[in-house]
Write a protein that binds this ligand. Structure first.
Ligand code: GLN
Length: 197
């Protein structure tokens, strides 16, 4: 896949923690150069950024300590697509209802951390997500958040049992589950579409 200058498109994956390798492999399968991002220089010339799952508190701290937080906020304001999976959704939120601080504060969503509680803190469901694919996709939830409320301009991509689990606001995408842990590329394809004008 090429960017508007005809070069192979580069997409970054924040690489502090979590399912980094899996996202990189999926992007590579789609013909994109996937770059692990740990410092400011790694963001150079990237057309999109994925914030993987992990522990949002830890990733948020490393974002601040590395100076990447401001850079990522700037990128989002410039319209570069960013996709957060699970902990990444928490990082993107402007509101975390059960925590008194936020991280990047970019999406108008009210997120609840560890929302499914300890009984069912990990589970898998197979559902069709109409804007993403015409066939059922495996959705893997691991100590996942969900979205309790969305602000204006936020599109709800998927509600599962009355809970919002996938949202989009302009070029920002957030999923409570982990498409990178499946072998289906539909969500990654959808994200790469956001990099086009
Ligand atoms: N429970 C984690 C958090 O609050 C997210 C879990 C995940 O990314 N799989 O950050």
């Amino acid at each position: 896949m090429q960017n508007e200058d005809g070069d192979t498109m580069k997409v970054g994956v924040l690489a502090f923690q979590g399912a980094v390798r899996e996202h990189i492999d999926m992007l590579s399968k789609l013909g994109v150069t996937a770059v692990p991002v740990k410092k400011r220089e790694d963001l150079k010339d990237i057309s999109g950024l994925i914030l993987p799952g992990g522990e949002s508190t830890t990733i948020g701290k490393l974002l601040r300590d590395s100076g990447l937080r401001e850079e990522v906020i700037k990128m989002a304001k410039e319209g570069i697509p960013i996709w957060g999976t699970c902990a990444g959704m928490i990082l993107l939120a402007k509101h975390i209802v059960n925590q008194d601080y936020i991280h990047l504060g970019l999406m108008d969503i009210w997120v609840r951390r560890n929302a499914y509680g300890s009984q069912i803190d990990s589970f898998i469901r197979k559902v069709t997500v109409p804007s993403i694919s015409s066939f059922p996709l495996e959705l893997i939830f691991i100590r996942a958040p969900y979205v309790e409320k969305v602000g204006e301009g936020v599109e709800v991509i998927l509600e599962l049992d009355g809970k919002i689990v996938a949202v989009r606001q302009d070029r920002l995408l957030a999923t409570a589950f982990h498409p990178e842990l499946t072998d289906d590329l539909s969500f990654h394809k959808y994200f790469l579409e956001l990099t086009k004008n």
